[in-house]
Design a protein around this ligand. Structure first.
Ligand code: ATP
Ligand code: MG
Length: 349
């Protein structure tokens, strides 16, 4: 049976990368699958979060989920820390995963930076908790952006090693094929699976990047969106790229065309054509592209922002949605965790 799980960290407010890389896919999948969407607050605290801001961000990410089109009746929406099965299973996975596997994770290297000795142990073990998030529900499909591919591969390795290590117990528990955990499949098929920073075409757009100018947030108003796009980095080439190959060699332009195409619901080829057709508008060859990009961004994000603002007016209602979702999530995860404990040989009452 197919089951979808995914999550976003309340490390700030959601941006265009989160929306185009994951959220659009989440919304589609709730029509065809049983979906569980989580605000992964335990992941957020792997780097320092001011407690008051964290609480606000958890509610705001929840509001952004709903405002973007997730329906708390169709899907399960909840925050991770309310379902202790995530943390419990993560500990067991800490004992399944190997140091060598985690040492290869590029996200840890990027986030820990040069001062690796000073990174939290949680940041290092992050991928094990992510595997637990998914496998606590024995989820089969995980819609994410491109950057999470490596973590998904690790989750698959953990599932497989657990199945191998405890094969005898798993079969004895009635799973004749010896498969307790499925191999969760990454679904990396959003309209733009890797949106890059507006300031640096080689870095992905991120919540935790200090410069707010690097991203378009779902909470940005019309003026902010216009200003950020206007100041988005381009290049010095005198003419627009002639074809998709030439576009690829110009990361900042490639990114802007990609964002425009994704928001407008057209192909990248058509996006490139829009750039070529407007290149004479001036003063720069990118002025026209930036104009149409601003228009479509404001048109798509404006209503979402208004709805987030409306929902944030009633934090108690958001907390109710999270409490209800958490109870429904617990109802799935608790029996799976109980089976895991039996398989591993732990005693429970
Ligand atoms: P942080 O900087 O705190 O890690 P983030 O912006 O990377 O925040 P996450 O909460 O880590 O956001 O990721 C939530 C989802 O959004 C994941 O599925 C991730 O793959 C996706 N995502 C994040 N950034 C991008 C991006 N720039 N382009 C496409 N998808 C993205
Ligand atoms: Mg991230």
């Amino acid at each position: 049976k197919e089951r979808v799980f995914s999550g976003m960290q309340p490390t700030g407010s959601l941006h265009l990368g989160n929306y185009l890389g994951a959220m659009v896919q989440w919304i589609q999948m709730q029509e065809t699958h049983e979906c569980i969407y989580c605000v992964v607050d335990l992941h957020a605290i792997t780097v320092w979060q001011e407690p008051k801001e964290l609480r606000h961000a958890i509610r705001q990410v929840t509001a952004a989920y709903i405002a973007s089109g997730l329906d708390p009746k169709k899907s399960i929406l909840f925050n991770q820390s309310q379902v202790s099965a995530h943390a419990e299973l993560a500990w067991i996975f800490n004992c399944v995963a190997r140091l060598g596997w985690l040492n290869r994770m590029t996200q840890f290297k990027e986030k820990a930076g040069k001062d690796r000795e000073n990174a939290s142990v949680g940041l290092y073990a992050y991928p094990n908790l992510m595997a637990a998030d998914i496998l606590a529900y024995r989820a089969t499909h995980v819609p994410v952006g491109e950057d999470q591919k490596q973590h998904l591969e690790l989750a698959r390795d953990i599932a497989q090693k657990f199945n191998n290590d405890f094969r005898e117990q798993i079969v004895a528990a009635g799973h004749e094929d010896g498969v307790f955990f499925p191999q969760p499949e990454p679904v990396i098929t959003g309209p733009a699976t890797r949106v890059m920073s507006l300031r640096d075409g080689t870095k992905k757009m991120s919540k935790s990047e200090p410069s707010d100018m690097s991203r378009i947030n779902l909470m940005d108003d019309t003026d902010k969106i216009a200003d950020k796009i206007k100041r988005a980095k381009t290049d010095m080439e005198p003419a627009p790229p002639t074809d998709i190959e030439a576009l690829k060699a110009r990361p900042e332009i490639d990114n802007l065309v990609g964002i425009y195409a994704a928001l407008a619901g057209i192909s990248k080829e058509e996006g490139l054509k829009a750039l070529q057709d407007t290149a004479s508008e001036g003063p720069s060859i990118f002025t026209g592209l930036k104009r149409v990009l601003t228009e479509v961004a404001v048109e798509k994000l404006g209503p979402i922002r208004a709805e987030i603002v409306r929902l944030m007016d009633d934090p108690a209602e958001i907390d109710r949605v999270l409490a209800d979702g958490s109870a429904r999530a617990r109802a799935i995860a608790v029996p799976i965790l109980a089976d895991v404990k039996d398989i591993v040989g732990l005693i429970r009452s």
